[in-house]
Ligand binder design. Structure first.
Ligand SMILES: [Zn+2]
Length: 354
């Protein structure tokens, strides 16, 4: 049994649930750390059933804690679920039995089905919706089922099709190698949706690759290279006549405990590094090692998007790709960006009400 005295006095007081400490209407704290006595002590505790009454020194303040709540605080927190520790890392063969897919009608009608799809995006990094309307702007309606489209200089949505004067190689029939989108934005778009309206062209298949799995392989095979990619700031930029975006971020971003949290990989928008020669050479060696892992065919999951299919994926983790297609053939996708925190919020609410 956990007693209140297992917790440091300052922790108990900072979490005091009484009405003077927290607004009962919203649970928000009414004080800051410097408002608390620096020499806090626990003068006395008494327990009746689930209620643990704590009397603090030196001011005699009292708070009543739930014993069950205190017990729940003794294990290490699972965290916010954003890093590799909370994810199911994968390679292509893990989906030999099928992709995480759902029918649009079932997704709309059934909360359990919707939770399953959103959980796949959170844990695997993606899910595919089948049978969505093949009308323009449907991608925005799909994003609104779990969150909010993120408007950028590209608009609320963007068209992926062959253009006569392409501002981006995506708008040609060329093969697009695995990459993450928009590493030059801060914050980077955390979710991307791609919705297929037409795909009658020869080729033009889609690819997804787990960047967290690739980063884990790099760490396993060449820890020094992994460390270089987590600590070297890489300049990414994109500009046209009215927009000039720039963000300097590492290719592999780790949290304060060293767990992989984000991957950025996009040779098209990477700018010239300005580092001492030795550091530059070391970076390029590490970058090549990572790129060689990313190029391993067993990591790349390929599939075809048919009209009415929409893939939703975590752009901070998965790299996406496309095979070449004949520019004479009709291929039209619409894409938009959205945010992972809204998706995980929707999922949490669905799970709490299930
Ligand atoms: Zn209090």
């Amino acid at each position: 049994m956990t007693t209140a005295t297992a917790f440091p006095p300052v922790w108990l007081r900072d979490n005091c649930p009484c009405e003077r400490c927290r607004d009962p209407r919203n649970g928000q704290k009414l004080f800051g750390i410097t408002d608390l006595p620096a020499d806090l002590t626990v003068r006395d505790t008494s327990t009746v059933a689930d209620a643990v009454t704590v009397t603090f020194g030196p001011d005699g303040h009292q708070g009543v804690f739930s014993r069950a709540w205190l017990d729940a605080q003794t294990s290490r927190s699972a965290g916010d679920g954003r890093t590799e520790t909370a994810k199911q890392l994968w390679r292509a063969a893990d989906f030999d039995g099928g992709l995480p897919v759902a029918e649009w009608d079932a997704y709309l009608a059934d909360d359990g089905e919707r939770s399953r799809v959103l959980r796949a995006v959170r844990d695997l990094g993606f899910a595919v919706l089948h049978g969505t309307p093949t009308e323009e702007e449907t991608v925005l309606a799909i994003a609104r089922t779990f969150g909010f489209p993120r408007e950028t200089n590209y608009g609320t949505l963007f068209d992926v099709r062959v253009e006569p004067n392409p501002s981006n190689l995506a708008f040609t029939g060329m093969r697009i190698a695995p990459h993450t989108d928009n590493p030059y934005r801060d914050p980077v778009p955390t979710l991307q949706l791609l919705h297929c309206l037409t795909n009658a062209a020869e080729g033009g298949d889609s690819g997804l690759l787990d960047g967290f799995a690739a980063a884990a392989l790099l760490r396993e095979e060449d820890e020094a290279a992994f460390r270089i990619l987590t600590t070297t700031l890489v300049p990414f930029a994109w500009s046209d006549a009215t927009t000039s975006l720039r963000a300097d971020r590492p290719l592999i971003d780790v949290d304060a405990e060293g767990h992989v949290r984000e991957v950025r990989f996009n040779n098209r928008s990477m700018q010239a590094l300005r580092l001492p020669p030795d550091a530059t050479t070391a970076f390029y060696t590490a970058y090549r090692r990572f790129a060689e892992i990313i190029a391993r065919p067993e990591l790349l999951l390929t599939f075809r998007l048919d009209p009415g299919d929409c893939v939703v994926f975590d752009n901070t983790r998965l790299l996406h790709a496309r095979t070449a297609f004949a520019e004479s053939g009709a291929r039209h996708l619409q894409g938009c960006y959205a945010d992972l925190d809204a998706l995980t919020s929707t999922l949490r609410i669905l799970e709490e009400s299930a």
